[in-house]
Design a protein around this ligand. Structure first.
Ligand SMILES: Nc1nc2c(ncn2[C@@H]2O[C@H](COP(=O)(O)OP(=O)(O)O)[C@@H](O)[C@H]2O)c(=O)[nH]1
Ligand SMILES: Nc1ncnc2c1ncn2[C@@H]1O[C@H](COP(=O)(O)OP(=O)(O)O)[C@@H](O)[C@H]1O
Length: 186
C-alpha cells in the first residue's frame, strides 16, 4: 500500500478555509479530515466529535503532557491541537489527511512532518477578511478584534509555506486547491 500524505491548510481566521475544505470533501469523500481538540465553547450547530472534540483546559493540558498531540497552539484565548493517533493511522492506511490549523501549529508541523504539503490561504484584502468574519456573525466584537490583530502577522508569514492560494472567487480557489492536492506524485 502506498504511504498516505499529510496536507496542512492554514491562513487567517475568516479567509474561507472551512468553506473551501467543506466543498473539497464533497467532491473527494476519500479525503480524511483530522478532528482537532479545543477548549473553545461550541458554536450553535457544532457537534462534539464532528467539528471538534470540545475539552476543558485541564483535559487539554493532560493531552499535551501525555504527548497525544501532533501540534497545538493557543489562539484567541483558547487551545487547539491535532490528536496524533488518528492522523498517523490514516496516513499508514494510505489516505490523504488534511489538517485545517492556524499558522503557529502549521509551522510546528514542518518539524514533525517535513514531508507535509503546507498550503496558505490568503484573502484578497484585509478589508474583505474583516467583512467575511462579520458576515459569518459567529464571533463577539472582542473575538473579531483578536482575530484581525492576529491576521496581519499571519498574512506576513504566507511565504514560509509551500503554496499560496488567494481565496477571491471561491470556485477558482477550489480548483487551484484541488489541482495542487491531486497533482502531487503519490
Ligand atoms: N494549531 C491548531 N490550530 C487549529 C486546530 N484546529 C483549528 N485550528 C485553528 O484555530 C483557529 C480558530 O478556529 P475556530 O475557533 O474554529 O474559528 P474559525 O476558524 O474562525 O471558524 C483557526 O485558524 C483554525 O484553523 C488545531 O488542531 N491546531
Ligand atoms: N471566496 C469567498 N468569497 C466570499 N465569501 C467567502 C469566500 N470564502 C468564504 N467566504 C465566507 O467567509 C466567511 C468565513 O469563511 P470560513 O470558511 O468560516 O473561514 P475560516 O474557516 O478560514 O475561518 C463565511 O461566511 C464564508 O461563507
Amino acid at each position: 500500500m502506498q504511504a498516505g500524505k499529510l496536507i496542512v491548510v492554514t491562513g487567517p481566521s475568516g479567509v474561507g478555509k472551512g468553506t473551501l475544505l467543506r466543498s473539497l470533501i464533497q467532491r473527494h469523500p476519500e479525503l480524511y479530515f483530522s478532528i482537532s481538540a479545543t477548549t473553545r465553547q461550541p458554536r450553535p450547530g457544532e457537534i462534539e466529535g464532528q467539528h471538534y472534540y470540545f475539552v476543558s483546559r485541564d483535559k487539554f493540558e493532560q493531552m499535551v503532557a501525555a504527548d497525544e498531540l501532533l501540534e497545538w497552539a493557543e489562539y484567541a484565548g483558547n487551545y487547539y491541537g491535532t490528536p496524533c493517533l488518528q492522523v498517523q493511522q490514516q496516513i499508514q492506511q494510505g489516505r490523504l489527511v488534511i489538517l485545517e490549523i492556524e499558522v503557529v501549529g502549521a509551522r510546528k508541523i514542518n518539524q514533525t512532518f517535513p514531508t507535509a504539503l503546507r498550503i496558505f490561504i490568503l484573502p484578497p484584502t484585509l478589508a474583505e477578511l474583516e467583512r467575511r468574519i462579520r458576515v459569518r456573525g459567529q464571533d463577539s466584537e472582542e473575538a473579531i478584534a483578536r482575530r484581525l490583530t492576529r491576521a496581519q502577522a499571519e498574512i506576513d508569514a504566507a511565504d514560509e509555506f509551500d503554496v499560496q492560494i488567494v481565496n477571491d472567487d471561491l470556485e477558482t480557489a477550489l480548483i487551484r486547491l484541488e489541482s495542487i492536492i491531486f497533482a502531487r506524485p503519490n
